[in-house]
Ligand binder design. Structure first.
Ligand code: KIV
Length: 602
């Protein structure tokens, strides 16, 4: 192994492309490459979990906050079932800590976190890993109670509590003195511990703009009160990488007791530096990194899981002193697609790692290089993140293709479907293949979006008929089938066929809705292309939650997607999907455990 690494032909790039066991080392070792470089390779198994320490100093814990900070993105409302699906995928990825939500935001949020704590927080993977389930709380008793109420069912529950420490937040938001903030931190961290939670994460919000001496003091008090992780947020994404790294280094050297806890990073992306800042934080000693799938989150988002994890995987041994994570990167693509679909936040084509163009080579020179040796233009192999865009199996899907061929191609695209899910996609695929000679990967992705990543069905589209044109008003007749199987038919006129159809649906569903966004794309070229529609709607005032950082009431919005070769059908499917998401939002029952039932009846 050592000789491979020292041979220039086996550069990190070519090693990466071999997908061989050379990326996993069974014993720690260190090799001198030159006088100034050395690679330290650590045990690549996951160290045992202790809230306040990690037995292997090179191990990085990945804390995913897609379901909390990610869901704070405008329009990213997810139902409990969607959150549960994502949490399961995060567990499959091997994320160490899942921040499942902000339970004090609303009953729905509390229930969703509780459901995840019960189901995912008790899931033991093949390698024995159990994810920690975390709930966010402001530094007050009722938030902390709500967080504990939600996470305590997990095998490894954690409370994450925060209060701002920057002068700007103290003066304008909290209107509190430094002394008052210190008292609150001391009391609330101790309170969280007193509930029986032995894993308490404390964040000084806006640490990136806080006075350092005050920060050390606050962090020391949090440690004394029982915090096991100290998370350092660059809440407004203001710092530069060197500055953020220095902040972590300064905290490490100036905070009494810091050696007894884990330092964590939480970097927002306002200047597009979240990933860089996170990596500098890790270089300076942080061993927990807060990230989100696709980098979604408040405003410009957070450091993205896939970027941080792949950077550590690609360069950790060589340039980061042997840092490593235990993320199973082959599940990244599926996680990315799931989050994009459920949150309604599509990934930009040029997004690092998971964007549609991340592995596309358009120019002749690049294509030539790729054909000769993939390492010329690819530093990551698509297979490493669960993607195979090259269609190496050579499967061309058409109307004669069977279930097995469809499943194989979907697997190559990063979708693992079986059972009913595969059946549903297969029958839609067959119907479209009757009309369209070859189905491309993009067609398949549109179908998956329309069939699989859909909310619980409350209303489904039976039939649709429209007339439109220049001779009169557009009219539509819609047949919807309710959850009880009863058919409902309505007709309406409108300014166009989509408007007429949406009005007919409204007269059946009878809930007040405002259409906020409507967009349609042709998935591929040609007259027989599939149309993909996305809508965002808002209901009445009953769909609200509380914003974790500002405390303001947020009106939830709900996204829906639809696909079809007929543009009006595609539009209707998207609208029905958004309505289902909104109507189903409160309808996911939370299973009670026996301890909960006895507690309630006691
Ligand atoms: O951005 C922020 O400061 C946060 C904290 C609550 C960690 O989200």
């Amino acid at each position: 192994m050592a000789s491979l690494l020292l041979n220039p032909i086996f550069s990190p790039i070519s090693l990466f492309h071999t997908h061989s066991a050379s990326l996993h080392f069974s014993k720690p070792f260190s090799i001198s490459l030159s006088q100034s470089h050395s690679i330290k390779c650590s045990l690549s198994h996951r160290p045992d979990y202790f809230p306040n320490r990690i037995p292997d100093p090179s191990y990085i814990r990945i804390f995913d906050t897609t379901l909390r900070d990610g869901e704070q993105s405008p329009g990213a409302t997810m139902t409990s079932k969607e959150k549960l699906d994502i949490a399961r995928q995060l567990a499959r990825l091997g994320v160490d800590i899942i921040e499942a939500g902000f339970p004090a935001a609303s009953h729905d949020d509390l229930d969703a976190v509780k459901m995840i704590a019960k189901e995912v927080g008790n899931y033991i993977s093949e390698d024995g890993h159990i994810p920690v389930i975390c709930g966010l709380a402001r530094c007050n008793k009722s938030d902390i109670d709500a967080a504990w109420e939600a996470v305590r069912f997990a095998k490894r529950p954690r409370i994450h509590t925060f209060i701002a420490t920057s002068e700007i937040h103290l003066t304008h938001k909290l209107r509190k003195s430094r002394e008052e903030v210190v008292d609150i931190v001391r009391e609330m961290v101790a309170y969280a511990r007193s509930l029986g939670c032995d894993d308490v994460d404390f964040s000084p919000e806006d640490a990136g703009r806080s006075d350092k001496e005050f920060l050390y003091l606050v962090l020391e008090e949090a440690i004394k009160a029982g915090a096991t992780t100290l998370n350092i947020p660059d809440t407004v994404g203001f710092t530069l990488p060197s500055e953020f790294g220095q902040l972590i280094a300064d905290i490490k050297s100036n905070t009494h007791g810091i050696e007894n806890v884990i330092i964590s990073t939480h970097c927002q992306n306002d200047l597009g530096l979240a990933t860089a800042n996170t990596l500098d934080g890790a270089l300076a000693g942080a061993r927990q990194l807060e990230v989100t799938i696709n980098g979604i989150g408040e405003r410009a988002g957070n450091a993205s899981l896939e970027e941080v994890v792949m950077a550590i995987k690609c360069r950790g041994k060589e340039l980061m002193g042997g840092l490593y994570t235990r993320i199973n990167t082959k599940h990244i693509v599926m996680a990315s697609k799931m989050v994009a679909e459920y949150s309604g936040l599509q990934v930009q084509p040029h997004k690092a790692i998971v964007g549609a163009n991340a592995f596309a080579h358009e120019s002749g020179i690049h294509q030539d290089g790729m054909l000769k040796f993939k390492g010329t233009y690819e530093i990551i192999s698509p297979e490493d993140i669960g993607l195979n865009r090259s269609n190496e199996s050579g499967i061309v899907l058409g109307k004669l293709s069977g279930r097995h061929a469809l499943r194989s191609r979907l697997l190559e695209l990063g979708y693992e479907l079986d059972g009913k899910e595969l059946d549903d996609v297969f029958w839609r695929f067959k119907a479209i293949a009757e009309k369209k000679k070859h189905l491309s990967d993009l067609d398949l992705e549109a179908l998956i979006s329309d069939e699989i990543f859909q909310p619980q069905v409350i209303w489904s589209l039976g039939d649709l008929q429209v007339t439109c044109g220049t001779l009169g008003l557009s009219t539509s007749t819609v047949k919807l089938i309710g959850v009880d199987g009863v058919e409902h038919i309505a007709c309406s006129v409108g300014t166009g066929p989509v408007d007429a159809a949406y009005k007919a649906i409204d007269s059946i569903v009878k809930v007040p809705v405002t259409l906020l966004e409507y967009s349609m794309n042709s998935v591929t070229e040609g007259i027989d292309a599939i149309a993909s529609t996305r809508v965002v709607i808002r209901g009445d005032n009953s769909h609200t939650s509380m914003h974790a950082l500002t405390g303001e009431t947020v009106h939830r919005t709900f996204s829906g997607t639809g696909a079809g070769m007929d543009i009006v059908v595609s539009s209707v499917r998207a609208y029905v999907s958004a309505l289902n998401k909104m109507l189903g939002f409160k309808h996911t029952p939370v299973k009670k455990t026996s301890s909960e039932t006895s507690r309630v009846s006691a």
